[in-house]
Design a protein around this ligand. Structure first.
Ligand code: FES
Length: 158
């Protein structure tokens, strides 16, 4: 999706043309485009008079931001310690096999993105997976089959 400077201006208008608005505007851009287009990041940095390197550092520091387009279904597998010791690596590998997508990548049809993330703050539910931000705890290899079946069924219903 092409970014529109007018839309970024609308986001800036919500928080003020201040350097302190950087993260909030980035959140709005991420929500709008499902990623942060690089031209949008450059435009935002100019508008807020933030060095581009600083804006880039913020956009790459937080896991909620992505500079690459994400799939319609964004799957994150927690590889934090608590999830890792409960087999999260096997969960991640199964998603890679089932979706034909490598970790950190998006499928060619744009349907799925797969990422590994640090602790999601729900260690008691480990291994934890999120699909489009929704938590799925106590993940097992067989639960992955059900999860993907549901996602694919939802797609058919659309
Ligand atoms: S380590 Fe996975 S939720 Fe904390």
């Amino acid at each position: 999706m092409e970014f529109e400077s007018q839309r970024i201006d609308e986001f800036i208008g919500r928080y003020g043309r201040e350097q302190s608005a950087l993260i909030q505007v980035l959140q709005d851009i991420q929500a709008e485009y499902n990623y942060i287009p690089k031209p949008a990041l450059k435009y935002l940095a100019e508008q807020l008079k933030v060095p581009l390197s600083e804006a880039y550092n913020v956009a790459t520091f937080y896991e909620t931001f992505s500079l690459e387009p994400k799939g319609r279904n964004h799957i994150s597998v927690c590889l934090g310690t608590a999830c890792h010791v409960r087999g999260a690596q096997l969960i991640l590998e199964k998603f890679e096999r089932e979706l034909g997508v490598r970790t950190g990548c998006t499928s060619q049809d744009g349907e799925y993105s797969l990422d590994r993330v640090g602790c999601l703050g729900a260690c008691a539910l480990g291994p934890v997976v999120t699909v489009n931000g929704e938590y799925h705890g106590h993940m097992t290899l067989s639960k992955i089959d059900k999860l993907l079946k549901n996602i694919r069924a939802e797609k058919k219903d659309e």
